[in-house]
Design a protein around this ligand. Structure first.
Ligand code: UD1
Ligand code: CA
Length: 491
């Protein structure tokens, strides 16, 4: 059974996160292309709540700005001082009241530092809560090491009674391995009532939201705790070791999803993907590959080894190896690398090739065209069926402005060319090796810019007498071929 649309989701994110030892507020640390808070909000969004409120405190300017930038529909409640989880929830309820929100539905409560939380877990909690008609349903978990957590207290019959914090627990209670995850589904009206009744009569002198369960039970309402299927999901991140662990787990979850959809991941241990990356069937991801942001890869492609693709599209059957690409478009059947750098605005049309030690920026490379070796292509439009000779530079910057170069269809440019932009090479034109192309080349013309070669006879023996070069030249000139000269030396 699926839950109704919750009246609100409240996300607590006011804590300091001291153990991160960071200038960045804890919940803004990223894993798999999103902030931890962003992951939680994405899970919450799956419930399609009427409102979402994030309680902010430490670093609240940055957190608020981040929310504006990434999830503009979400509002914030400010908790000036961290006087406990109950106090934080009270701030959120006051914000919702101020917004005139009708809290008669379900309100889901969760934290901003649990990036592994799935939307399904929250919706299962909300469904169970509504099906049972509870005032509050606590999501609990059985964990290997319950130290530090609030413990779930049950009576002799196993019925849920309440939550006791670690600091306030007896030895017997501390032996319980069923802990409070900090995620709850509340009846909104009961929540609004109970947040005004939390005491600070506890070890920390804080308002504990955990006390709400016992208070509501005391009022004669139904309360319960349901055990999460996977305790890992509710784990909070408190330091950078846990941040790395969470990243590893989330990455594994994402890769597993891709593999189940028909993607071969050769080495999951060295393959990293962001949330939202798309990969088509029968694509093979080779080791040491990172796919970031909005990267989308077609079917039957081969990516890696050693590829870092950010916000890049890769067409069907493309092969990209040892490549760094940012905001690039790679067409179908394209071959890139090994050792290439595609910068923003590089667009490689179908069947083209960008080879080894080639950098491309803000340029289009037409169908079937090839830029195979040692070349910089900046601000250029290269037509179809073009071959760009090795070791060429598209000289796009005169120190003041960037200018474009165009190369027409089926042109063949020689090795070691400089295209001094703005300049145009016509369709079917050729350029000689070592040409500095400063003037437009008409269609079908051959451009050469260097003069005829001049040999100055005997220069080495005059200017470098006694050198190995001079001796080699002398042997060659005095007689005989290189073979007999070599034999003479061996004797
Ligand atoms: C809390 C629970 C505990 C549970 C544990 C799960 C209480 C009293 N205890 O313990 O039962 O097992 O979470 O992790 O609720 N926060 C605020 N404002 C505050 C205090 C906290 O926004 O004034 C936020 C924190 O940023 C954090 C979350 O609430 O995201 C939990 O706070 P934390 O101090 O870690 O709670 P615990 O004492 O660990
Ligand atoms: Ca905690």
């Amino acid at each position: 059974m699926s839950a109704s649309r919750p009246a609100a989701v409240i996300v607590l994110a006011a804590g300091e996160g001291t153990r991160m030892k960071s200038r960045l507020p804890k919940v803004l640390h990223e894993i798999c292309g999103r902030s931890m808070l962003g992951h939680v909000l994405a899970a919450a969004e799956e419930l399609r709540p009427e409102r979402t409120v994030v309680v902010v405190g430490h670093g609240r300017d940055r957190v608020t700005q981040h929310l504006k930038d990434t999830t503009p529909g979400v509002s914030t409640a400010v908790q000036e001082q961290q006087k406990g989880t109950g106090h934080a929830v009270r701030m959120a309820v006051e914000e919702l009241r101020a917004q005139g929100v009708d809290l008669s539905g379900t309100v889901v409560l969760t934290y901003g530092d649990t990036p592994l939380l799935r939307g399904e877990t929250l919706s299962d909690l909300a469904s169970a809560h509504e099906a049972a008609g509870n005032a509050v349903t606590v999501l609990s978990a059985r964990v290997p090491d319950p130290a530090g957590y609030g413990r779930i207290v049950r009576d002799a019959s196993g019925a849920f009674v309440g939550i006791v914090e670690h600091a306030d627990a007896t030895e017997e209670q501390r032996a319980v391995d069923e802990i409070n995850s900090g995620m709850y589904a509340f009846d909104g009206a009961h929540l609004a009532d109970v947040v005004d009744r939390l005491s600070t009569d506890n070890a920390k002198g804080e308002e504990y939201i955990t006390d709400a369960a016992a208070i509501l039970r005391g009022d004669g309402h139904r309360v319960d705790a349901t055990v999460a299927r996977d305790w890992v999901e509710i784990q909070g991140v408190n330091d950078r070791v846990q941040l790395a662990e969470a990243r590893r787990l989330l990455n594994d979850r994402l890769l597993t999803g891709h593999m189940r959809e028909g993607v071969t991941v050769v080495d999951p241990a060295t393959t990293w993907v962001d949330t939202g990356v798309r990969i088509g069937r029968d694509t093979v991801i080779e080791p040491q590959t990172q796919l970031r942001g909005r990267t989308a890869i077609g079917e039957g492609a081969r990516v890696g080894p050693g590829a870092l693709l950010a916000d890049t599209t890769v067409g069907d059957d493309a092969v990209v190896r040892h490549l760094v690409a940012e905001e690039a478009e790679i067409g179908s059947g394209v071959s890139v690398g090994p050792y290439a750098y595609l910068r923003p605005g590089a667009a490689l049309d179908n069947g083209s090739k960008v080879g080894t030690f080639v950098e491309v920026k803000n340029s289009t490379i037409g169908k079937g065209s090839k830029v195979p070796h040692l070349t910089y292509v900046g601000d250029a439009d290269i037509g179809q069926g073009v071959n760009v000779g090795a070791s060429s530079v598209f000289v796009n910057y005169d120190g003041v402005t960037k200018n474009r170069t165009t190369i027409g269809d089926h042109a063949r440019t020689g090795s070691d060319n400089m295209f001094v932009a703005p300049v145009n090479v016509g369709d079917g034109a050729y350029t000689g090796a070592g040409t500095v192309v400063r003037e437009d080349v008409p269609p079908g013309a051959l451009a050469v810019s260097s003069g005829a070669q001049r040999n100055i006879e005997g220069w080495v023996s005059r200017k470098r007498p006694g050198s190995a070069a001079a001796e080699a030249a002398q042997r060659a000139l005095q007689g005989g071929d290189a073979d007999s000269a070599g034999k003479a030396d061996d004797q």
